[in-house]
Design a protein around this ligand. Sequence first.
Ligand SMILES: [Zn+2]
Length: 225
Amino acid sequence: MRPSEAFDSNRQLAAGKRTIALPMANNPESPLDLLWKEYSLVFKDFDDLTLARWLAQTLSQLEEKAWRLSHPLLGAYRLASQAGQERHIWLKRLANPPQAYAESPCCRSPMLPLLTRDVKDAGLICQHCNDTLVPFDEIPAEARPELETWANDYSVVHAVAHWDDRQRKAAGDYDHAYETAAKDAEKLLCRAGEKLAVKLLEFYPAVVWEDQDECLEVRPEDVRF
Ligand SMILES: [Zn+2]
């Protein structure tokens, strides 16, 4: 199967400003996205104090681990944090986040970085506001070379999903090239989860990594250690 046009246009949101969708939801009008919206209602019913405590408590559960973006706990946290952002929950100081989490420069919520294939352009992404949390240059130097190599490797593989007609023809069997790229992406995503995100735990209390590639149709269940 080929990536749909919708995926393509979603991807090409200005470089470095890709909207990181909730797990497996890519199109705001899709049935899946509407379902996530329905899920999120539970947090709308929480009062501010309850929500602040839930977020702080969950952050302590997340500590010292690298998390798949697709993990249900992360999904729940992202929904809760969206509700929290709308209500400026962290600015109200209703509950203290665990000490290990410094304040984010982007939105003053606790630092919870997301590692994506766009790390070179977009840096590490804030799980609370989806803005850049740590620009690439500000990631500790010990971690950067490995991230850079990985991101370069990934972009070559990922580009196959966006080849134009000329490039597809030149490849001969495009379906085969696409399948090969998807397999390579699976391996690279494994490396992100197993090595790179774990290495980042030396610098951040918890790290989330994107375990899918919608353009190459790599799903979280395809990324296995
Ligand atoms: Zn932020």
